[in-house]
Design a protein around this ligand. Structure first.
Ligand code: NAP
Length: 289
């Protein structure tokens, strides 16, 4: 069996490629650049060039695989890009499509509209499909705070007192890896929402991180526009700030990330990774110089 992993140089895609490679599964790791394809190639992994903005580049890749793990960046074109991948996979007769979605209730915001376009295409096709839906991920939320934690023992955001079932990337990848190695019918039509073991406010997240680090970390809550201005001042691309940061914090603030599921335990038999355990495993990232 060979699995096509799109977005293979990104956060989820690269972790997915590693996990499947370790499990002995053949992988086509898709990137838009020839140099990245060469870097990705090792062991069970063959780096291949494909572009979701260029549908003509996809059929020849789909012909070489039985399954697809579909992930693309949070972008205003996510829907069109992912529909192109789904159409190509269906035309090539793949056996299973696993799409990365999300478990924060974005409910009609611009990111959700894009994901729903892809989900509609899945619902309309006759290939078994499964959604793997992480809550907001610790790597994105907490590694994104390393500079503030290192230099000021502070994290910044606009989540207010919203509770968040923040989840470790590795837990999401474990679930996706199991689904991609199961019979396609087993998880067909399911939306597997994966969370951490508890829904905490950002202040409580900071307390758990403080316990793991042995020093006090505080959370500084900011009005959304001030937070956006700070991110842009520190170099975050202004065009990406809404879809990649603000819409997530807005939903957290509104309580739309207040979710805890037992999906991870159901599939793996292990408890989900807590903030404290995750932080203990990432202490190097937060150490002061
Ligand atoms: N972060 C979270 O907390 C979280 C939680 C739940 C769900 N999600 C979902 O995760 C997804 C984003 O995943 P990610 O963070 O892993 O993505 P990412 O790192 O931003 O991007 C993945 C890769 O996509 C490739 N790419 C960019 N444009 C492309 C195109 N036109 N065609 C093909 N490939 C393209 C890029 O690789 P190359 O440059 O090598 O081509 C990039 O490395 C979104 O669906 C988001 O909603 C995120």
């Amino acid at each position: 069996m060979t699995v096509l992993v799109t977005g293979a140089t990104g956060m989820f895609g690269s972790a997915m490629v590693d996990a499947l490679d370790r499990a002995g599964v053949e992988v086509l790791a898709m990137t838009r650049r020839e140099s990245s394809a060469e870097e990705l190639t090792r062991g069970n992994v063959t780096g291949v060039v494909g572009d979701l903005d260029d549908p003509a580049s996809l059929p020849m890749l789909m012909e070489r695989v039985e399954r697809m793990f579909l992930v693309s960046p949070m972008h205003a074109d996510l829907g069109r890009r992912e529909v192109a991948a789904i159409d190509a996979a269906v035309a090539a007769g793949v056996d299973q499509i696993v799409k990365l979605f999300g478990a924060v209730r974005h409910e009609g915001d611009p990111l959700d509209v894009q994901h729903q376009l892809a989900i509609e295409a899945l619902r309309a096709c006759d290939v078994p499909w499964t959604l793997v839906s992480p809550q907001t991920v610790m790597e994105t939320n907490l590694l994104g705070q390393t500079e503030g934690i290192r230099h000021e023992n502070s994290m910044y955001g606009s989540a207010g007192d919203g509770r968040i079932g923040m989840v470790a990337l590795a837990d999401c990848i474990d679930v996706a890896s199991i689904v991609l190695q199961s019979a396609p019918a087993q998880w067909s039509g399911r939306n597997l929402e994966i969370t951490g073991p508890a829904a905490l406010t950002y202040t409580e997240v900071a307390e758990q991180m403080s316990l793991a680090m042995g020093r006090a970390i505080s959370y500084v809550d900011m009005p959304e526009q001030e937070f956006a201005a700070m991110l842009i001042e520190y170099g975050f691309p202004a065009d990406d700030v809404e879809l990649q940061v603000l819409c997530h914090f807005r939903q957290m603030r509104l309580g739309k990330a207040d979710l805890v599921t037992d999906t991870f335990e159901e599939l793996t038999g292990r408890p989900a990774t807590s903030i404290r355990v995750w932080t203990s495993a990432h202490l190097d990232a937060f150490e002061t110089d």
